[in-house]
Design a protein around this ligand. Structure first.
Ligand code: ZN
Length: 871
């Protein structure tokens, strides 16, 4: 141990404990407030936030800001802690931090002046994963220590740093874990990892109320918690963000620097700072003799994480991982025989937090100035494009949704006030480069703006990356994910913009095409159409869907257009007239509806034709519980329940045998993470036979990924589809003279095999797919769509049914996929359907609702629910 180490050891022994505080501070200690020493029990969320209130009430060094509520109505808050003087003028300081993030309005000299006098803002986020519970317990002690400790370290931090503590990012998930744990633990916690208190039941506390992983949602903001958090985060513009997690209990401790790959648009300084914080943390851990590691497992690539996203927003974003997790309970015996306690887990996180604050405090000025330079250099560095153009017309609602997502993150979005010319424009959907004219009204995201790094990350068709390990998906390009027409422009000529203050939502209305109304026509490509369809069917209305294109009253209608006759039968029950109902919902859903005066079409079928079958309200059941993937189920739950308000029965797997299936028209089987094998293990032959009988009688089986694999011949035999199997290597391997092979090939080393395994993974990449636009399941789509492939699962083409969406050769558009894996996908279906008896089996090889940010595929899933019966 060097001199610095010795000094640190002394510092740690005397200063770095929660009890090293002024007894007369007037702030109640956690143990006194809780009635137990932190680490002895898990703290309920209500107690956690009440403690934060109490400390804020008693200390001028703490200010609490409630920034929102969870789905289960728990409070989300952030506490700002610092010297009395700093906390008193917090709003003024926030103005200063925002000024540093405004490079156009702030000169280098002004920034230097600000860096001289401003404290740094370090944002600490705890417990984004609910069943990684030591972070929130750490937050309690950290708040107390920062507010009350009277020693050099605490004073240094308070004077130079304002610490934002978000004690729990995912209260609903954490509470799910904590309440469960409290219900199973005895008077004496059992360290045996096999005992019940270490084995959490489905779905576990990791996810939020709707089973979304909030540490994948920062950028998409599909969840209420994320949306509210990002808003408050961006209002303060912190310079450092740490996301506190837990990992497997046999590990040690992880802090930054991260492993590769890092986002290519991040400046060198972000990575340098991570290194500097890592060194500071290492010194604190070395002094205590605690083991740790860096530069492995956790990367800075996927923008939905709590490290990459804040990094793109100007903070040094980092993830810290302590060994623990729900598998560790209050105490667990590790495989090396030692015990790991909650107390130790808190100590480690506490020390890492203080070490980080210590580094920030000592290098405050440089940190603030580098943040300013982060933003300034965004205006000067080279980017692959000058603007991203979204073309109005076909999907105005989804263009608006995309613009809304960008505006919420501080990105500038404008509308072209006159036509302009694009040079070297890359057409996202057409996948080709061309020059073109763009009409006035196009939505444009220029790259020259402080948020350029985030813009390029989200809008580039492909974010460059080396061949390496990925912790998550490798492609997410927003125009592709949203399925909107857009152009990435290398150069624009004659571009003039008016900035948007809010998203360009289309105004819904009913357009009358005559004096009277015979029927309403609703183009199906609009995102609000499925909701209106549900509303009408639920009220007993007759609604038809056009299987063929037609022209009526001069309106050219695509397949999938809904036809709602103005004269409804008695079964239609509504408080308002049909006209009022359609008018109200078209405004609410931003739908363009046509009111036509006649049933007689100029071209194609008339409105009473057989080619316009009547639709029935589908009674939907979705399988839930183990082995269903909680996130796959959760995205269906959120989509139907929260976004669309379409009721469905969540059917617990364990009761499947006793459920009267005849009550449901559609059954959805989510992924099982195991290519259908875990479904098969759960459903015995009787259950599968009942499922077959139900399909024969007219049921629509919708399988997603593993849920779809269940239906194949190799697994549950619900239809004739086969899994596409891996060809066994062997024959070709014998070719060539053995003695000519290099050493590596002969040995086939451990490292080589690891490398090959990595290359064969399908971590999540964008694949183009061809669409049979004449098929009912594809209504609302053009000839191609973009899919996200997240596994190696593939189906052989069906010969008895319809291959509705199929991967072409060279399907890869963006993200990592090995040449071998790519070859295998060519010609295989993404979506297929087979008939069985009077029923249907609809199979998605991948999840169209993945994290629910891939908005371009949501319709495909809804088509299966609404139109499955008329395939
Ligand atoms: Zn985690």
């Amino acid at each position: 141990m060097g001199r610095a180490g010795t000094w640190l050891a002394v510092l740690l022994a005397t200063e770095l404990t929660a009890t090293a505080v002024r007894p007369s501070s007037g702030v109640v200690a956690p143990a006194e407030f809780l009635g137990y020493e932190p680490g002895k029990q898990f703290t309920r969320h209500e107690r956690l936030v009440t403690y934060f209130d109490r400390v804020a009430g008693a200390s001028d060094r703490v200010q609490v800001r409630v920034y929102g509520r969870t789905f289960e109505n728990r409070r989300l808050l952030v506490a700002f802690v610092g010297s009395e003087a700093n906390i008193r003028k917090l709003d003024e300081l926030a103005e200063g931090w925002r000024t540093l993030a405004s490079p156009e309005a702030t000169s280098e000299t002004e920034a230097e002046g600000l860096a001289l006098k401003l404290p740094a803002l370090v944002w600490l986020s705890f417990n984004v994963h609910g069943n990684e519970p030591s972070p929130s317990e750490t937050a309690l002690e950290l708040l107390y220590w920062l507010a009350t400790a009277e020693n050099d370290t605490a004073r240094l931090i308070r004077e130079n740093v304002v610490v934002a503590i978000d004690p729990c990012l995912n209260p609903d998930g954490r509470e799910r874990y904590v309440e469960w744990f409290r219900s199973v633990v005895g008077k004496h916690p059992n360290p045996d990892p096999n005992s019940a208190e270490h084995v959490e039941p489905w779905p576990g506390g990791r996810l939020n109320h709707y089973y979304f992983d909030l540490n994948r949602d920062w950028v998409w903001q599909t969840q209420r918690e994320t949306r509210q958090r990002v808003a408050v985060f961006l209002a303060y513009r912190p310079q450092v963000h740490v996301d506190f997690h837990e990992m497997g209990y046999n590990e040690t401790y992880f802090f930054f620097p991260a492993t590769k790959p890092a986002n290519v648009f991040l400046p060198r300084t972000t990575l340098d700072w991570a290194m500097r914080f890592g060194r500071g943390n290492a010194a604190f851990f070395d002094a205590r003799g605690w083991e740790y590691y860096t530069r492995e497992n956790f990367d800075l690539f996927y923008p939905g994480y709590g490290d990459t996203y804040p990094s793109l927003q100007g903070a040094v974003g980092m993830t810290y991982e302590q060994a623990g997790h729900s598998r560790a309970g209050l105490v667990v015996r590790r495989s090396d025989g030692t015990l790991l306690t909650l107390r130790q887990r808190i100590d480690h996180h506490f020390t890492a937090a203080v070490a980080t604050l210590w580094t920030a405090a000592r290098e405050r000025q440089r940190l603030l100035l580098d943040t300013y330079r982060f933003w300034r250099s965004a205006l000067t560095r080279a980017f692959p494009a000058s603007a991203y153009v979204l073309l109005p017309g076909l999907e105005p609602d989804r263009v608006a949704e995309l613009a809304d997502l960008l505006l919420r993150q501080g990105v500038r979005v404008g509308r072209a006030t006159k036509p302009f010319r694009v040079r070297e424009g890359f057409d996202y959907l057409g996948q080709r480069v061309r020059d073109c004219n763009v009409p006035a009204g196009a939505i444009v995201v220029p790259v020259h703006q402080p948020e350029a790094r985030l813009v390029a990350t989200l809008m580039e068709p492909e974010v460059a990356m080396p061949d390496t390990f990925f912790y998550d998906i490798t492609a997410w390009c927003l125009p592709l994910a949203f399925g909107v027409r857009g152009i990435r422009a290398r150069k624009c000529k004659g571009l003039e913009l008016r900035w948007l203050s809010e998203a360009p939502w289309p105004k819904g209305h009913v357009e009358a095409h005559g004096q009277r109304t015979f029927a309403y026509l609703v183009p199906w490509a609009q995102d609000g159409a499925p909701r209106l369809l549900y509303e009408l069917l639920a009220k007993g209305a007759r609604v038809r869907v056009a299987r063929k294109p037609f022209v009526n009253s001069g309106i050219r209608c695509c397949r999938g257009t809904l036809v709602v006759p103005a004269t409804q039968p008695e079964s239609f029950r509504s408080d308002t007239s049909l006209a009022e109902l359609v008018a109200a919902w078209s405004r609410r859903l931003r739908l363009h509806v046509h009111a036509v005066p006649t049933g007689l079409s100029e071209e194609g079928p008339d409105l009473g034709s057989d080619a316009m079958p009547l639709l029935r309200l589908p009674k939907i059941g979705v399988l839930t519980g183990s082995p269903a993937s909680a996130t796959c189920y959760g995205s269906i739950w959120f989509l139907l329940d929260h976004e669309l308000g379409i009721p469905f029965a969540a059917l617990p797997v364990q009761r499947f045998r006793s459920v009267d299936l005849s009550r449901y028209d559609v059954l959805v089987f989510p992924d099982d993470y195991a290519g259908g094998r875990r479904w098969k293990a759960k459903l015995d032959s009787t259950a599968l036979a009942r499922l077959r009988d139900w399909i024969d009688a007219g049921g629509v089986f919708v399988g997603i990924k593993g849920g779809a694999a269940l239906a194949t011949q190799e697994v549950g035999k619900l239809c004739q589809v086969h899994l596409l199997r891996e060809k066994k290597p062997g024959k070709n391997a014998k070719k060539g003279e053995a003695n000519e092979k290099p050493r590596e090939q002969l040995l086939h080393t451990v490292e080589q095999r690891e490398h090959e395994r990595r290359l064969q993974r399908v971590p999540g990449s964008i694949l183009r797919a061809l669409v049979d636009t004449t098929h009912v399941l594809a209504f609302g789509y053009g000839g191609e769509l973009m899919t996200l492939k997240t596994s190696g699962l593939l189906f052989a083409r069906t010969t008895r049914g319809d291959n509705v969406v199929v991967y072409p050769e060279k399907a890869r558009v963006s993200g990592y996929l090995s040449t071998k894996a790519l070859k295998k996908t060519a010609g295989t279906p993404y979506l297929l359907v087979e008939r069985r008896g009077r029923g249907r089996v609809v199979l998605f090889v991948d999840d169209p609702n993945f994290r629910l940010f891939w908005r371009g595929l949501t319709r495909l899933f809804l088509n299966a629910l609404f139109f499955g019966q008329i395939v």
